[in-house]
Design a protein around this ligand. Structure first.
Ligand code: CA
Length: 471
C-alpha cells in the first residue's frame, strides 16, 4: 500500500513520528523480501539468456525490475559469502574467511540494522550461520530451517557422478513435502502474519546446491539429450592449484553423457525453486504488499555446472563460481526490465536496502548503495574483488574488471599461480594470458588495483569456532 500525497498531508503529523523514512518525506517503510538460492550459476536463468532452462517467475521478476549482468559474490563459499551479504563487508574484514569460521557478534547484520529501525525480521531456510544467545541470532526474530533430508530414488551412479560428494536424482517427495515447498509454506505464513508491520524476510533455498534432488515433475522436465553443455566444457587448466581436487570432488564423469544427465537434474531443481518463488510472490500480490516490498533475488555463489568439466565450486576464480544472478524489483529505481552492465558486488545489497529504507548506512560497510549507480557513466567502480581463503595462507583472489580478469593463487602467502583472461575476446575463460607479454601492462594495472585494495581493506584474524557448521 502506497500512501498518496494528500493522505500524507492529511495525516502528516502523526505519520512523521512513525518512521525515519516517513520523516524524510517519503512513503511508509518498505518491506524487504530477500530471496536467495545456493550455488546458482548465473547462466542458468531464462532472463540471463539461457533458452533451455525454464524460470518463468524469476523472468517475470526481472521484467518488473532490474537485473545485474555482472554481479559478483565476495567469496565463492557458503558461510563467508552469506555473511558478506548480511554485513556488506568482505570476508577479510569480518574474519569469516571460510565455512570453518564463526561470526563476530560485534558485526552489524542486515537483521540487526533493520530491527533497530523497527522492523520484524525472519530468516527461513538455509542461513548457515551459528545462531546463539551471544550473537542474538544475528538480529533475527524468527529463525526457521525446514529441511526434508530425503535421499533421492535411483540416483545417478555415485562412482560416476557426485558433485560436492553428494547424490543426484529424483526426490521421493512431492513439492509440498520437499525442502523447497516447506520453506515456501513458512515464508507465506510469515508474510501473512506480518503484513501490517514492516518486515525483513530472508528466504533462502538450499538448492540448487548439492544434493541435486528435484521433485517430480521438475526431475523429469528436461531431456538430457536435448541439453547443451557450456562451450568451455572441455577446457581444463591443469596447472590451477587444486584442479585435480576440483575434478575429484565432482565425480569421475568418465561417461560424457553424465554431464547432460546432471545438468537435467540441476535445471530441474532451478525450475522447482522458480515455481516456489512464484508462489511467494503471488502471496505478496494477494496481500497487496508488492508495491511496498523491495524484492531481491540472488545466490551466495555460482556452480561450475560442467564448465571446465567440473561440478562444484571452490578454489577457482572462474565466472561460473564468482558471478551470481542478481535481480532487484522495487519502485522507480529498480523497475523497467533494465539490464545493468556495471560491476556490482554482493556487499552492495545491504547498503542499497538500507538506503531505500531510509536507514543510515554504517561507516564500516564496504559495499556501495546502488542508488548511486548511474549506468553508462564512469563513476561507479573499475574492479570487483572476490577472495576465498586467507591472504597469508592458501587463497584465491579474483580481480574482475569490466573486460578482463586477474586470478591470483597464493600458498603460504606467496604467489603460486596466476591467470589473466581477456573477457572481450574470451568470455568463457579458455586461454590464460598471464604469461603473454602483450598483456603485461594490463596485468600490471590489475596487480596495482589488488595491491591498493589489500592496503585499504580492513583485515581481521579468522574467527575461530568450535561449533561445527555443515556444508
Ligand atoms: Ca553456498
Amino acid at each position: 500500500m502506497i500512501l498518496n500525497k494528500s493522505l500524507l498531508l492529511a495525516f502528516g503529523c502523526s505519520l512523521a513520528v512513525h518512521s525515519q523514512a516517513e520523516s524524510k518525506g517519503s512513503v511508509q517503510k518498505p518491506n524487504v523480501l530477500f530471496i536467495m538460492s545456493d550455488q546458482h550459476n548465473a547462466n542458468a536463468l531464462g532472463c540471463y539468456g539461457n533458452q533451455e532452462v525454464s524460470t518463468p517467475n524469476l523472468d517475470k521478476l526481472a521484467a518488473k525490475g532490474v537485473r545485474f549482468q555482472n554481479a559478483f559474490c565476495q567469496t565463492a563459499q557458503c558461510v563467508p559469502s552469506r555473511y558478506s551479504i548480511w554485513t556488506g563487508r568482505h570476508a577479510r574484514s569480518t574474519g569469516t574467511y571460510g565455512n570453518g569460521n564463526g561470526q563476530n557478534p560485534a558485526e552489524n547484520t542486515v537483521a540487526d540494522l533493520f530491527k533497530k529501525a523497527g522492523y520484524y525480521t525472519g530468516t527461513i531456510g538455509k542461513h548457515h550461520m551459528i545462531m546463539n544467545a551471544t550473537n542474538q541470532n544475528h538480529g533475527f526474530d524468527v529463525v526457521l530451517v525446514p529441511n526434508d533430508r530425503a535421499k533421492p530414488v535411483n540416483p545417478l551412479p555415485y562412482d560416476e557422478v557426485h558433485p560436492g560428494r553428494s547424490e543426484v536424482g529424483e526426490s521421493p517427495l512431492p513439492n509440498d513435502q520437499h525442502t523447497c515447498g516447506l520453506i515456501t509454506q513458512e515464508s507465506i505464513k510469515f508474510i501473512a502474519a506480518n503484513k501490517d508491520k514492516p518486515f525483513v524476510l530472508w528466504c533462502s533455498f538450499p538448492g540448487p546446491h548439492t544434493p541435486i534432488t528435484p521433485s517430480a515433475p521438475w526431475s523429469r522436465q528436461y531431456d538430457p539429450k536435448k541439453l547443451t553443455l557450456p562451450p568451455n566444457h572441455l577446457s581444463i587448466d591443469t596447472l590451477i592449484p587444486g584442479n585435480r581436487g576440483l575434478l575429484t570432488k565432482s565425480g569421475k564423469f568418465a561417461n560424457d553423457f553424465s554431464h547432460n544427465q546432471t545438468l537435467a537434474y540441476y535445471y530441474g531443481l532451478v525450475s522447482q525453486i522458480d515455481y516456489n518463488i512464484g508462489m511467494i510472490l503471488n502471496e505478496l500480490d494477494r496481500l497487496g504488499l508488492r508495491e511496498n516490498t523491495i524484492v531481491v533475488y540472488t545466490a551466495d555463489h555460482g556452480e561450475m555446472m560442467s564448465e571446465h568439466r567440473a561440478w562444484t565450486k571452490g578454489m577457482t576464480g572462474y565466472e561460473a563460481t564468482v558471478r551470481v544472478p542478481m535481480i532487484i524489483s522495487y519502485g522507480k529505481q529498480f523497475s523497467g526490465d533494465r539490464k545493468i552492465e556495471e560491476l556490482v558486488c554482493s556487499i552492495d545489497l545491504l547498503p542499497t536496502l538500507l538506503d531505500l529504507s531510509g536507514i543510515e548506512i554504517p561507516a564500516n560497510i564496504e559495499g556501495k548503495s546502488m542508488l548511486k549507480l548511474k549506468p553508462g557513466t564512469a563513476t561507479w567502480r573499475d574492479y570487483a574483488f572476490s577472495e576465498l581463503g586467507s591472504s597469508t595462507q592458501t587463497s584465491v583472489i579474483t580481480v574482475r574488471g569490466n573486460a578482463a580478469k586477474y586470478v591470483l593463487f597464493r600458498r603460504g602467502g606467496q604467489v603460486e599461480y596466476e591467470q589473466f583472461f581477456d573477457l572481450k575476446t574470451d568470455p568463457w575463460e579458455t586461454t590464460n594470458l598471464a604469461k603473454d607479454a602483450r598483456y603485461d601492462k594490463k596485468l600490471n594495472d590489475f596487480k596495482s588495483a589488488l595491491n591498493a585494495w589489500e592496503k585499504a581493506t580492513e583485515t581481521s584474524e579468522p574467527i575461530r569456532t568450535k561449533e561445527k557448521v555443515e556444508e
